[in-house]
Design a binder for this molecule. Structure first.
Ligand SMILES: [Zn+2]
Ligand SMILES: [Zn+2]
Length: 106
C-alpha cells in the first residue's frame, strides 16, 4: 500500500509527499541519497511516514497487514496496542482466516 501521508518529526506538519521538497544529493551514485525538506519549518531530513488513521498526527512507527491492505500507524492505532480498533479487526480477521483454512482442509 502506498503511504499517503508524511509527517515532519520537528513541527508535526502532515501532508502528501508533494507537500515536501526533495533536495537532490550533489554526490555521484552510489552515495547519492538526497534529502526531504519540510516546507513548514525548513528542517531537513525530518520527514517520516505518518499514521494512516484519519485525523491522527503521530508518526507511523508500526507496520502490519490488514484486511484493507498493508497499514502503517502509530503504536496507539496499531494491532500491537491491545486496546485498539485495529487489534480487534486483526483478531477477527485472523480468526475468520483460520476458520476458512480449517474448512478447506476438512
Ligand atoms: Zn517541519
Ligand atoms: Zn495513529
Amino acid at each position: 500500500m502506498k503511504i499517503e501521508n508524511w509527517i515532519c518529526a520537528k513541527c508535526s506538519f502532515i501532508g502528501p509527499i508533494d507537500a515536501f521538497l526533495f533536495i537532490p544529493d550533489p554526490r555521484p551514485e552510489p552515495n547519492a541519497r538526497g534529502w526531504w525538506l519540510c516546507t513548514s519549518c525548513d528542517e531537513i531530513d525530518c520527514v517520516t511516514s505518518a499514521c494512516d488513521e484519519p485525523g491522527c498526527a503521530r508518526k507511523g512507527s508500526c507496520g502490519f497487514p490488514s484486511p484493507t491492505g498493508y497499514r502503517r500507524t502509530c503504536f496507539e492505532h496499531s494491532i500491537f496496542n491491545h486496546g485498539s480498533k485495529a487489534h480487534k479487526v486483526n483478531a477477527d480477521w485472523r480468526a475468520m482466516q483460520e476458520k476458512l483454512d480449517h474448512e478447506s482442509k476438512a
